[in-house]
Design a protein around this ligand. Sequence first.
Ligand code: ME8
Length: 673
Amino acid sequence: MSENKGIYYITTPIYYPSDNLHIGHTYCTVMADAMARFKRALGYDVRFLTGTDEHGQKIQKIAEENHVTPQAYVDKIVGGVKDLWKTMEISYDDFIRTTEPRHVKRVQAIFKKMYDKGDIYLGRYEGMYCTPCESFWTENQLVDGKCPDCGRPVEKASEEAYFFRLSKYQDRILENFKKNPDFLQPETRRNEMISFVEQGLEDLCISRTSFDWGIPVPINEKHVIYVWLDALTNYITALGYPDDTALFDKYWPANVHLVGKEIVRFHSIIWPAMLMSLDLPLPKQVLGHGWLLIDGGKMSKSKGNVVDPVKLIDRYGVDALKYFLLREYTFGQDGVFTNEVMLKRMNYDLANDLGNLVSRTVAMIEKYDQGIVPPAGETGEHDGELKEIAVGAAAKVEEQMDAFKFNMALEEIWVLVRRANKYIDETAPWVLAKSEADKARLDAVMHNLAESLRIISILISPFMHTTASRIRGQIGLADQEPAWKDASVFDMMGGEKVKKGDPIFPRLDIKKELAALEKLHQETADSVAVKGSARKAAGKKNAAKDAAKELKEAAQAGGGQNGKPQIAYEDFAKLDLRVGTILSCEKHPKADKLLVFQVDMGTETRQIVSGIAQYYKPEETVGKQVVVVANLAPRKLRGVESQGMILFADKRNDGRDGYAFVTSGAVNGSAVE
Ligand code: ME8
C-alpha cells in the first residue's frame, strides 16, 4: 500500500432478505467492492459497509407463509447472502443486520433525539387498507384499485402514527441539491429530485401499529418504527452512532452511498433531512445506478424471472461474472441482461484477449528463454507505443474510476491487453527465434510482454483479484502483492521464473452454454412458480409499472413517410432510420394484437407500439436489435403513444408465421443509410 490518501467510506443499500439475492443485487455490490478495492490500492483508509434490511410487514408475512418466525426466516436468508458475498470475494469491512441489538438500540436512540428536538410528532396515517392482509397501501401501490398482495378490495382507513417533519427541511434539501451539483448523480436523477422537492415535501410517516415485526418506538411500544428510518440509519449505527463514536468520528460523512435508481429519493431527500435533524453532516455523494432488465422489465424476486448468480459462478467463475457486470453496463443506465451478451463478453474479452495473452507469453518465455523472464534489452520498432500505453493506463483507469465509469476503466485496461496481443503479431517472436542474431531482440520482446502482463495484473486487481494473482503466479511474481504505483513503471522485471498454468479463462462453446443456461433458468423459474402466490402476480404488474415510469419523454415529430412506388433519393433521405435495442416489451393493455416496446436508441429510450403480438411473446423480443423509423410523427394506438415504428421483415425463416427481426451487431442510435 502506498501513502495514506485519506478516508473513504462507501456503502451499498441494505438488501431485503425476503428471498435469495439475484444478479441485480450482486451488480451494486460488485461495483462497491471494485471501488473499495481500488481505493485501498491507491492508499485510502477504506470502510466498506453492506448489510440486510430485515424488518417490516413484507418479511413478517413471508415468514408466516413459511410457518417460521420472522427472525428464523431472515436468519436463513441472511446466511445465504453472507455465503454469496464470501463466494464472490466481496471485501466488506462490516455487515450490518437491522435486527442486531447494536442497530436496534441505536435506532431507538436516534428516534428519541429527533423526537426530543420536536421533529417527530404523533398524527394519523391515512391510506387504503386491506383487511385480510392487514396492510396499508397508497393509491399508487394499488393494482386496478385492489390490494396488490391478494387482489381483494381495499377501503379507506387511518391509524395513529408518528411523523417526521420532513417539510421543515424542504428549503435546506433544495439548497443542498443546488449548491452541490455532485451530491446526486447522474444528472437526470438530480433534476427529477429537484422538481420533486419543489412540488413540496410532506411529513413522513415513520411508525405503524398494524404489524409488529420492527423496532419498537422507544416512547410508545404500541408502535414499531416504519422501515425507512430503521433502514437508512444503518449507515451511521454501523459506525457506532450515537453511543460509541470512534468509527463514526473517523469515517462519517460517507464518501458515497451507492444505490439503485428507485431508492435515490430516500437517500437524497429523506436521509439528508434525518441527518439535518440530528445536526450531522450529509454524505458527500449519492450515486444512483440503473437496473438490469430481463424479460420485458426489472428482474425481481416477485416476478420469478431472476438470474441466480450462484449458478453463473459455478459455471464461469467469480471473476468472469464480475468482469461482465462491470464491463457491460454503463453506470446510471439500465441494461438488458441476456446470456448471449454475457457469454460473448466472457469469450471475447477474457478467453480470447486476456487468456491468450497470458498463455502465449508464458509459453514463449518457456520455449525461448528456459522459462526465465529476460531483463530489459534492445529496443525495437513497436516498443514505444506498447510502453506508452502500458505506463499510461493506470492514470486513465484512475480518471474513469473517479467518475464511476467502471466499464471505461476496464476498457482502458483492455486497450493495453489488445495492444500487447498485437505486439506479438507485429514482432513475430517465432521468426526472431530462427536466427541467433535476433536473440537479443527476442529477449527484449519477451521482457516487454512480461512487463505488460505485470502491469495488467496490477490494473485488474481491484476488479478481478484472483485472476490478477493467477497471472502473477504464471509470470513468476506469486509472492509479491501488486502495488498500484508499480503499474506506471516499465522495466521492473528480469530473472523471474514463469510457470505455465491452466488457461485463466477457458473458451466457451456459446451454443452449448446457451442451451445449458436456458435449462438452468427454466429450473429456477419452475421452482419460483411452485412457490408462487397471488402476490407474485401483483408484484409483476407493479414492477412492470415501475419500469414504465422510467421511460423518457416523447420523440421529436418529423415529416418522413414510407411509400411503395419508386421514390426519389430525396424522399428516402427524409427518413431517419436508426438502430435500437428492445429493452422491454409488454402487452398493450387494451389491444390483443399490439405490443408496447421500450427501445434503447443510444441517447434516449423510445416507446413504440407494434402489431406483432400474435407472433411473439413479449419476453422473446427483449435484447433484439431493430431498425426504427425515428422521425415518424408520434401517434396514439388505442390510447398508448407510439414514438416511431419498428421495421420487421414480413417473412420468417424458422417455419413460423409472422415477422422477423432484421438487425444485430450495430451501435444503438446509429443511422441506417
Ligand atoms: O430497496 N438491477 O432493498 P431491495 C439492479 N432494503 N439493481 C437491482 C435490481 C436489478 N434488477 N433489483 C434490485 C431495498 N436492485 C431497501 C434498501 S437502503 C437503506 C434500504 C437493487 O433488496 C435496487 O435497485 O429491494 C436496490 O438498490 C437494491 O438492489 C436493494 O433492493
